[in-house]
Design a protein around this ligand. Structure first.
Ligand code: ASP
Length: 373
């Protein structure tokens, strides 16, 4: 029985190969000698075959990241610091790009790219996160799979080294979407994620920022936002990617806002506000004043405009960030997003003076920028 199957399969393959050879032979004949009906027909078949193959195996992929939006301009960034940011953004996006290039998933690319940014003290995520009013670093993160619309998020954790890994574990290993505080930490331990002493996250510059905000807070209602500390809250990190399999994913990780209290949670771990991914539309990661991103459901709104109004990603992102978000809170709705659509088109839209950002397409072309062009 086995023998017969093998013989039938071999004949089938042999015939198939012969047929293809014939088509290729015909094409050559057509080019070099003459165009008979037979060769024309064969050539048409070959053309069809090529088109079908191309549709079946999608080769395009792309990845885009941000390292926070805010009052980033050449006046408050030394050339040395600028260089440091440039290098770290390049290092991070290259990690994700290589995963995608080798056929890996957009989820892995997003997670591992964010890990690099979380481990760098330059950004307000993981090491280098901003301080809460009570002198803690409390981390929020989320990740979403555009294929299944599955998502995971964590908020208010103090000892999980890479919060995006916790968000991924919540998505993959729990029946829930969001876990918070000490419960989320217990889950992280159970999942054998890397746990660190809270002091691991401390950086001098973030401590100073907290001090500055506390000093200027005395007469203010809004404890974590002040014009004088414009430069001390940016640095949230995020990533959106499309892989070779046509799947989109997005993720975001942050320490939130300096001097936050009462268990404040921003948009970053909120699916639809800070992160959203849907294979029918796009993948988005947000950064900016979280309260307005939540009220505007920014990431989902971009996807919804594409889905229900047939807008392009560029058009949708422009409307949501430049028109809708900008109007929220009498102009306080500031920040930006990075996003990629199902065809690999990328967008980096922001209404602040700057946003740390980088992108890479399937040709390996790298773009890194910080200020408005
Ligand atoms: N969106 C973050 C939050 O509100 C902060 C930021 O992106 O700068 O927690």
């Amino acid at each position: 029985m086995k023998k017969i199957t093998v013989i039938v399969l071999s004949l089938f393959l042999f015939y198939g190969c012969k047929k293809n050879d014939k088509l290729i032979d015909s094409e050559i004949k057509e080019e070099r000698i003459y165009k008979s009906d037979e060769t024309r027909k064969a050539n048409e078949e070959l053309q069809n075959l090529k088109i079908v193959n191309r549709d079946d195996s999608k080769e395009n992929f792309s990845i885009v990241i941000h390292g926070g939006a805010g009052y980033i301009n050449p006046d408050n960034l030394t050339p040395e610091k600028e260089n440091e940011y440039q290098q770290k953004l390049t290092e991070a996006i290259t990690v994700g790009y290589n995963i995608l290039k080798n056929g890996g998933t957009s989820l892995d690319a997003v997670q591992q790219t964010i890990n690099i940014l979380e481990d760098s003290p330059l950004f307000n995520a993981g090491k280098g996160a901003v301080f809460t009013h009570e002198n803690y670093n409390e981390h929020d993160a989320s990740i979403m799979d555009g294929k299944t619309l599955n998502a995971g998020a964590s908020s208010g954790t103090r000892i999980v080294k890479n919060p995006i890994n916790l968000a991924r574990a919540v998505m993959d290993k729990s029946p829930h979407v969001m876990l918070s505080d000490r419960g989320a930490e217990t889950f992280a331990k159970e999942q054998n994620l890397e746990i660190v002493d809270p002091s691991y996250f401390t950086t001098e510059s973030r401590l100073k920022a907290l001090e500055r905000v506390k000093n200027s807070e005395k007469n203010k209602v809004s404890a974590f936002y002040d014009d004088t500390i414009k430069d001390s809250k940016f640095g949230t990190v995020g990533c959106a990617a499309l892989d070779k399999h046509g799947n989109l994913a997005a993720g975001t990780s942050t320490g939130g806002m300096t001097n936050k209290r009462w268990g404040r949670i921003g948009d970053s771990p909120i699916i639809g506000a800070g992160t959203y991914a849907n294979n029918n539309t796009c993948a988005v990661s947000s950064t900016g004043w979280g309260e307005y991103f939540i009220r505007g459901m920014v990431a989902y709104d971009i996807s919804a405009l594409m889905e229900y109004k047939n807008l392009s990603l560029k058009e949708a992102a422009n409307i949501v960030i430049q028109e809708k978000l900008s109007k929220l809170g009498d102009g306080k709705g500031n920040g930006g997003i990075v996003a990629v659509d199902k065809n690999g088109n990328m967008v980096m839209e922001f209404n602040t003076p700057g946003m740390f950002r980088a992108s890479m397409n399937d040709k390996g072309e790298l773009y890194v920028a910080m200020f408005k062009n």
